[in-house]
Design a protein around this ligand. Structure first.
Ligand SMILES: C[S@@+](CC[C@H](N)C(=O)[O-])C[C@H]1O[C@@H](n2cnc3c(N)ncnc32)[C@H](O)[C@@H]1O
Length: 311
């Protein structure tokens, strides 16, 4: 996704909200899971639509996001429960769901504007900060650790796989050269190294900043994002009740491909049906007012009903 959040510091504009509600169809008496509760934007709308007694269990691995979600969702009282954990661990919290399965699950992947806009979190090449990028600050692995300590071949693999960066080799060689003189400590230092590694004529022609793909790749690696998504996707059907729906918003092709393949495999196993043969994208109005939404893709899966009715 672009680093342009389009929102002032503390504000995160939720993406494809009406579409998420339309597909998840929240209603009273049901349980919902928001695996990436963030600042509580989607969660609040799900709780409003499932009044008076729908419940939502929200997960986030970022403590700062969760405390904002607590504030935003406090008006729903005990209908909202928030848990500081990775969504790959949702199956461990079945008891918190009172043994019930979910009528709807939402994942809105990636980072929030709160994370991007805070220089000290180190997510953005547009802001000078420490090379951190951890969503969960209890984790030991920072982007700084990856950039300064990982062997070149591992760095190369990260940039190729998670960033699909065609200049990965040049960038890694500049990183290795720079770190042999002194550790690379800040977002600004890394941004300058990457910028200089990309040939000038390509830099001029690129629609995105030359450091976009490198920063995306390091963020995905530092947070184990693809591993969490893969683990969640294998468990998700079991968390849903019959005819329950799973909606996933992704922001880059790697995530979208993983979701598409997992949904296809579930359909092949006759576990349910894919409700979005083509992913939904935001309208020009939405991308105009919220640049972060530009790369969003929404895919929805519905679990089979008893007797295989949904497939
Ligand atoms: C795009 S924001 C969600 C915004 C939210 N839907 C809203 O409307 O306010 C993504 C959030 O997911 C969290 N996140 C990303 N990967 C996660 C994971 N594996 N487990 C738990 N939270 C995760 C991030 O910390 C971030 O707060």
């Amino acid at each position: 996704m672009s680093q342009d959040s389009g929102a002032p510091d503390n504000l995160h504009q939720s993406v494809l909200v009406s579409e998420v509600l339309e597909w998840l169809r929240p209603c009273a008496g049901k349980v919902y899971i928001d695996g990436t509760v963030g600042l509580g934007g989607h969660a609040a709308r799900i709780l409003e639509s499932s009044a008076p007694d729908g419940r939502l269990i929200g997960f986030d691995k970022d403590e700062e996001a969760l405390s904002e979600a607590h504030r935003v969702l406090s008006r729903f009282g005990e209908r909202a429960m928030l848990i500081h954990d990775d969504f790959k661990n949702i199956p461990l919290y079945r008891e918190a769901m009172g043994g019930k399965k979910a009528h709807g699950i939402l994942l809105d992947l990636g980072v929030s504007s709160l994370q991007l806009n805070k220089a000290e979190r180190g997510f953005s090449f547009l802001r000078q900060g420490p090379l951190d990028m951890r969503m969960d600050r209890r984790s030991a692995l920072t982007a700084k650790e990856i950039v300064n300590r990982f062997p070149p071949e591992r760095l190369l693999e990260i940039l190729w796989t998670f960033g699909e960066e065609r200049f990965a080799r040049r960038i890694v060689s500049r990183i290795v050269e720079a770190r042999s003189k002194k550790p690379i400590e800040s977002t600004g230092e890394l941004e300058a190294i990457v910028r200089k590694a990309v040939p000038a004529r390509i830099r001029a022609g690129r629609r995105i900043h030359p450091a976009t793909r490198t920063f995306q790749a390091l963020r995905i690696a530092a947070n184990g994002e693809m591993t969490s998504l893969a683990a969640f996707l294998t468990e998700a059907p079991d968390l849903l009740e019959e005819e329950g729906r799973l909606a996933i918003l992704s922001f880059h092709s790697l995530e979208d491909r993983a979701v598409k393949m997992a949904f296809r495999e579930l359909r092949r196993q006759k576990a349910g049906r894919v409700l979005t043969p083509k992913p939904l994208s935001p309208s020009p109005e939405e991308t105009g007012s919220n640049p972060r939404s530009r790369s969003a893709k929404l895919r929805v899966f519905e679990k089979m009903s008893e007797g295989g009715g949904a497939a």
